[in-house]
Design a protein. Structure first.
Length: 221
């Protein structure tokens, strides 16, 4: 219990600090030179870990300041590192409690088993859909029995498309705003295809799990 309280207080304290200084940090990013790219990546990590403002806004500011290539790399690194840190915080502080909750209810327990069996592809696909809050994926994966390395790699890979998009939008706003419409259409089409593929895969995985459970029931009866 003491460990959980300390972890919670630490997170709340850092979040409060970021809330107080987030506006000056954004102004500094917008005026920073390329030689401060590493420092900007650290700031992006904090902004992603403690999202007092939406991370796409942070990504857009960095993309406008550093361009689509370096800016995309910076916000991808920041977001990926932040997700790993969040995963570690939740797993260290709350997994013993979370596993009980995830397996307490029958449907949620089945869903968690399915998620754990296919964690890598599931996390990668979910990361490619930016409308799904990142914190939900971070916490759910950390409370489950997903291995740390599988989560870190899958999460980082899945973040690449959306992070590039944020940087491109920020860069395009200050260069040629008309191109944003084409970018949104192309990325929207991509997301629709990825979501359709994920739903198809999910249905097949659930059907396989159901068949396995029926076989196990048949053996025990």
């Amino acid at each position: 219990m003491i460990r959980k309280i300390l972890v919670t207080l630490f997170y709340i304290g850092i979040a409060a600090l970021i809330y107080v200084v987030h506006e000056p940090l954004l102004q500094w990013i917008n005026q920073a030179d390329r030689e401060y790219a590493f420092v900007t990546a650290l700031v992006a990590t904090l902004m992603s870990l403690f999202p007092v403002i939406p991370y796409p806004i942070v990504g857009g500011v960095i993309g406008a300041a550093y361009g689509p290539v370096l800016g995309g790399l910076i916000i991808w690194a920041g977001s990926s590192i932040a997700s790993v840190i969040m995963f570690s915080i939740v797993r260290y502080g709350y997994q013993d409690w979370g596993v009980k909750v995830l397996h307490k209810y029958k449907y949620l327990g089945k869903l968690t088993v399915l998620f754990e069996r296919n964690a890598f592809i599931t996390i990668t696909l979910l990361r490619m859909i930016p409308v799904i809050p990142s914190i939900i994926i971070n916490v759910y994966a950390a409370l489950s029995r997903v291995r740390f390395l599988s989560y870190a790699v899958a999460s980082s890979l899945g973040k690449i498309p959306s992070m590039i998009l944020f940087a491109l939008i920020g860069h395009t706003i200050v260069t040629d705003p008309k191109e944003i419409v084409y970018m949104v259409v192309v990325y929207g089409t991509f997301l629709t295809m990825m979501y359709g593929a994920y739903r198809l895969w999910q249905k097949r995985a659930e059907a396989n799990l159901h068949r396995e459970q029926e076989c196990q029931t048949g053996r025990t009866s």
